[in-house]
Design a protein around this ligand. Sequence first.
Ligand SMILES: [Zn+2]
Length: 182
Amino acid sequence: MTRYAQDFYEIPDAVESESELRNRILELVESEPIPGKATEGGERVNALREILSEFFDGEISLDQSIQRISDDLPKHESKHAHNNRVFPEDWDERLARTQISRFYNQAVLLLLQENGEDQCFIPHSDHEDRDSSCTIQLAGGTADVNYLLECLNRSYREGEWHDDVMIPDHPHCTHTVTPVET
Ligand SMILES: [Zn+2]
């Protein structure tokens, strides 16, 4: 039986023990669009793909991934470097967390969809932000697999930002998608 992460911090253990899930994530990291102003231009997206691959391969930690983002995608090389909305102080951590969560949850949702599952479960996380929409509307309950995947793809794949609640719902979202317990 596949062990799924019950929250963001369990992602490294889950991908280490589940090679099918890990391989799926690595395929997505290599091929899926990563829209966003912070990664625009030069080799920034490719540098990020490399860092994310190393994270999901278990070679580097979350903290190391954050450091690598600030080293390998230097803010000053971006044409948006002056824009504090694109580069808030913790932009490197926000980018690492967002994309780690996005790729993990995207892979889980795709696998559930392929297995014919209509519903998924979003466990409460010990680290969740009590006031976030995802905590209030999704955590502790089931959700529609196709709908969550569509919301995730619209934002993180197409770069079309919307207000529909989804996973991850914000850069510090610690929720993950799991199968419905039977
Ligand atoms: Zn959340």
